[in-house]
Write a protein that binds this ligand. Structure first.
Ligand SMILES: [Zn+2]
Length: 64
């Protein structure tokens, strides 16, 4: 017999968290499908925003 319970979550989840939100993924370390999709979309959006920003800067530099 083991005293340790199997697959105990690292942090106790509150009764309600918004799955798919950054908070659920980062703060509560939830890795359900919704949360993983949420962080994937968030990272994709951030990459896209950074890419557009650098393109805009480059264009501005060309114009003057
Ligand atoms: Zn989740």
């Amino acid at each position: 017999m083991s005293l340790r319970k199997p697959s105990e979550p690292r942090k106790r989840l509150p009764s309600y968290i918004e799955h798919g939100s950054l908070t659920a993924y980062t703060s509560y370390e939830c890795r359900c499908d919704d949360c993983r999709e949420g962080i994937r979309l968030y990272n994709a959006r951030r990459r896209e925003a950074a890419r557009r920003l650098s393109q805009a800067k480059a264009r501005r530099r060309v114009v003057g």
